[in-house]
Design a protein around this ligand. Structure first.
Ligand SMILES: [Fe+2]
Ligand SMILES: [Fe+2]
Length: 274
């Protein structure tokens, strides 16, 4: 059985800034997941994360509809998880002018799948930046994360923050704007998915966690676009930060139990309406 993956129309979140969107698992359960990546066009185009191996060919088509491979100057990896590195080696092969921006621990962790070309790497650590043509891009650790290598990316030209896995939410249906969700779903979905992603937050001191949140909050992103949920715009970003503040006080997220799982299997085995 193959998990269903559907490409959604590419979303423009700011001038020359595009989110490549995939809906994953539609129809398998009560929620749908997203796997997104981003392209920044400009004098020195940037690909931000590289999708999943299971949909690599379609992902490459979507990206190279936006930018010519020969023009790509930077590939930014938010972290080394497989849903962000699916087409990494193909991108580096097809974009010979591209430099890979990442960190040393990510290189080490990815080496199980092969060593990236070290002579094409730029190391950027938290708080550091690089210049991509007409813009400074700053690596900022997001509010929540599931890998020690995770760094989001703040674009000073547009105010877009690429949040890696943070700001993730599994929703009851695909939406372009969280304001289209039923009342209460934004809160429930965001808090649940953050706790799944970063169960460690409940072990943190709330004051220290608030200081960590300020890393991104204090740049006042105009847009927070992440790999696993709808992009947030304007006041929606601050609404998410208010929810993040609750995380240290909350119990662990409810997990799928064996009986839940058996219900899911029965639903999958039932005849589908035609
Ligand atoms: Fe991750
Ligand atoms: Fe992810």
């Amino acid at each position: 059985m193959q998990i269903p993956v559907r490409f959604l129309p590419t979303l423009t979140v700011a001038p020359e800034t595009f989110v490549i969107r995939q809906a994953v698992g539609e129809g398998l359960g009560p929620v749908v997941a997203s796997v997104n990546s981003m392209v920044i066009r400009g004098p020195e185009p940037v690909i931000v994360d590289t999708g999943m191996a299971i949909s690599r060919d379609s992902w490459l088509e979507h990206v190279f509809e936006l930018v010519d491979p020969a023009d790509v100057r930077w590939v930014y990896l938010s972290h080394d998880d497989e849903d962000h590195t699916g087409a990494l080696f193909e991108v580096l092969e097809r974009c010979p002018a591209a430099t890979l921006v990442t960190n040393m621990f990510a290189i080490v962790r990815m080496s199980a799948n092969g060593l990236v070309p070290l002579d094409r790497v730029r190391i950027v650590n938290p708080g550091e930046s690089f210049v991509a043509g007409d813009r400074d891009l700053v690596a900022l650790v997001p509010p929540t994360y599931d890998s020690p290598t995770t760094r989001g990316l703040y674009d000073s030209a547009t105010g877009v923050y690429w949040a890696a896995d943070s700001f993730a939410m599994e929703t009851s249906r695909v939406v372009d704007d969280i304001d289209d969700l039923p009342p209460g779903e934004f809160r429930d979905a965001l808090l649940h998915t953050q706790r799944m992603l970063s169960p460690w937050v409940r072990l943190t001191d709330p004051e220290k966690y608030r200081t960590h949140l300020a890393t991104v909050r204090d740049v006042h992103p105009a847009v927070a676009a992440g790999a696993h949920g709808p992009a947030l715009f304007g006041q929606q970003v601050e609404s998410a930060f208010l929810l993040f503040e609750e995380l240290p006080y909350l119990p662990p997220a409810d997990l799928v139990s064996q009986s839940d799982f058996e219900l899911l299997l029965a639903a999958l085995a039932a005849p589908q309406p035609s």
